[in-house]
Design a protein around this ligand. Structure first.
Ligand SMILES: Cc1cc2nc3c(=O)[nH]c(=O)nc-3n(C[C@H](O)[C@H](O)[C@H](O)COP(=O)(O)OP(=O)(O)OC[C@H]3O[C@@H](n4cnc5c(N)ncnc54)[C@H](O)[C@@H]3O)c2cc1C
Length: 505
């Protein structure tokens, strides 16, 4: 275990920077990824020092910063929960229940002492001479600047900016008299009771917001440019209901339901590939009976893409459709021409009166939170780099990252990647290596380089508009990512760490 006592740094440009000491591993981010990473580190390497640096004032990432009404998972919690911590509760969970679950993990593992809140990482610099990272931090509460050093950096910063959501500019938005609110920046005191609300967007966030707002609003209109796929399962799985009277140990229930949901995911991803037309029909016919009579299903609920090319929006117990049936909400499929003083004018000239407009327009992806990285003084342009198994980056030493699944439960990948990182750290110790760098092998020279996401495979708007800032993938193992969980649960545990693509020194 390596730790050095904090001291005040000296030297040019360092006068006001506190030396925060050295740790063996430094994790960035205390969302579900960072907390999962911390659990695995603590379990596998009880003698190593590590800290988790978190920019916000609390844990939870997505589940802490998104506070819009009705926020809930659209994955089941038996697969969204970690493999090591049974989930107790309905399959689909409210945001607060997920935070409570994370709190239990933190308490049971004693992770609170590892997490430093208000610590925003602002730069990371690798030195091959010192074979370590220097990580610059600004405290968001005091403004103090700190400097940590670490042997290994584990980036769990998520995939979007929590402070700056994606907000398209619409003509006339400044003259609209009411508030324009993004779900990621929900004002605590916003009261929508009796108000006419327009929600711009479709998919998960919009279909979560609509029924929640429609409980008190005069009316909610969802305006979408194009339709999304929906699936309306019960909040609690039928199997969970059947297991309840058996009073099984919670680990068993967790594992049984986890396997059940994994089978469903695998069926979905396989059917999307082998029989997309059948899956399309299955999804559309599944919601048709839930829609108000006379709905133009072709116009409002028939997507223009193949199922699984984007995440399927889950509508637990069909509450979004109930709000439509009961006339508390409606859907308009059109472009937005402009904002007026009293609402929105659509491309086809329809006037949508609104007191409040909610822009469920999502986020832009960011590579490593936009943190500037250097390796031996050279700036790293991630857009020119290639991923190693969706968890390390070519030419960037001693750095792993955690990106979960976009279409399965994100967290399934947290456990799988953590296992590989643990094996990697063990492998370095066995070899007495201080450095590991993903490096293209001679046989990889001239390999075809492909975008971060192949639009044929996965093409939501936030991916297509952000591809240019993200790293690339190759045409062969281990330089690929975006596999299905079914495939990766076989691939990652067997990943060869000595196949020449990782150079140890
Ligand atoms: C509304 C919503 C609902 C979702 N529902 C689901 C779902 O049901 N199922 C699913 O699989 N996925 C879902 N997702 C995707 C979700 O983001 C992931 O499941 C998961 O929460 C990501 O966790 P994370 O820890 O990787 O990243 P985040 O949740 O983004 O957390 C990253 C953390 O890192 C911190 N951080 C970032 N940059 C820095 C820095 N420079 N210095 C220090 N700290 C930093 C952030 O403050 C944040 O706390 C949803 C996303 C949204 C927005």
């Amino acid at each position: 275990m390596t730790t050095t006592a904090p001291a005040t740094a000296t030297g040019p440009g360092t006068e006001d920077v506190q030396d925060a000491g050295h740790v063996d591993v430094l994790v960035v981010g205390a969302g579900v990824s960072g907390i999962g990473a911390a659990h695995h580190l603590q379990e596998r390497f009880p003698d190593r020092s590590f800290v988790v640096l978190e920019a916000q004032d609390a844990r939870g990432g997505t589940w802490w910063t998104n506070r819009f009404p009705g926020i809930r998972s659209d994955s089941d919690l038996f697969t969204y929960g970690y493999r090591f911590k049974p989930w107790r509760g309905p399959s689909i969970a409210a945001g607060q229940a997920i935070l409570d679950y994370l709190d239990e993990v933190i308490a049971e593992d004693g992770l609170e002492r590892r997490i430093r809140y208000h610590h925003r990482v602002t730069a990371a610099a690798w030195s091959s001479d010192e074979h370590r990272w220097t990580v610059e931090v600004t405290r968001s509460d005091t403004g103090e600047r700190l400097r940590f050093t670490t042997d290994f950096l584990w980036m769990c910063q998520g995939y979007y900016d929590h402070e700056k959501p994606h907000q398209p500019h619409w003509p006339g938005v400044d003259r609209f008299r009411g508030p324009v609110v993004h779900p990621q920046q929900w004002p605590e005191d916003l009261d929508l009771a009796g108000k006419r609300v327009v929600v711009i967007g479709s998919g998960s966030t919009a279909s979560t917001l609509v029924p929640a707002l429609a409980k008190t609003a005069a009316h909610v209109t969802m305006v979408q440019r194009s339709p999304s796929y929906y699936f309306a399962p019960p909040t609690t799985h039928e199997l969970a209901v059947a297991l309840e009277p058996l009073d099984l140990p919670e680990e068993w229930t967790h594992e049984i339901l986890r396997r059940q949901y994994l089978m469903q995911y695998h069926w979905l991803s396989t059917t999307a590939r082998t029989a997309p037309d059948e899956l399309h029909a299955f999804l559309i016919e599944g919601i048709r009976p839930l829609l108000p009579e006379g709905t133009d299903v072709e116009k409002h609920f028939t997507p223009r893409y193949r199922p699984w090319q984007q995440r399927i929006a889950i509508v637990p117990d069909g509450d979004f459709f109930a709000a439509l049936r009961e006339g508390r909400a409606s859907v308009v499929t059109d472009t937005i021409e402009e904002f007026t003083e009293t609402g929105i004018r659509t491309g086809s000239g329809e006037e949508l009166e609104a007191d409040v407009v909610v822009t469920a327009t999502g986020f832009d992806l960011s590579a490593f939170g936009g943190i500037p990285f250097t390796v031996d003084g050279e700036a790293v342009d991630f857009a020119e780099r290639i991923t190693w198994r969706g968890m390390m980056i070519s030419g960037v030493p001693n750095m792993a990252y955690l990106f979960g699944y976009f279409r399965h439960s994100w967290t399934l990948r947290v456990d799988l990647v953590s296992d590989v990182v643990a094996r990697l750290l063990e492998n370095m110790a066995v070899k007495e290596a201080t450095t590991v760098v993903p490096t293209l092998r001679p046989e990889d020279a001239g390999m075809a380089v492909r975008p971060w996401s192949d639009p044929e495979n996965f093409n939501p708007g936030y991916v297509l508009r952000s591809q240019h800032v993200l790293f690339k993938q190759g045409d062969r193992e281990p330089w690929t990512h975006m596999h299905e969980h079914e495939e990766e649960q076989e691939l990652l545990p067997k990943a060869d760490l000595d196949d020449g693509s990782l150079v140890y020194r």
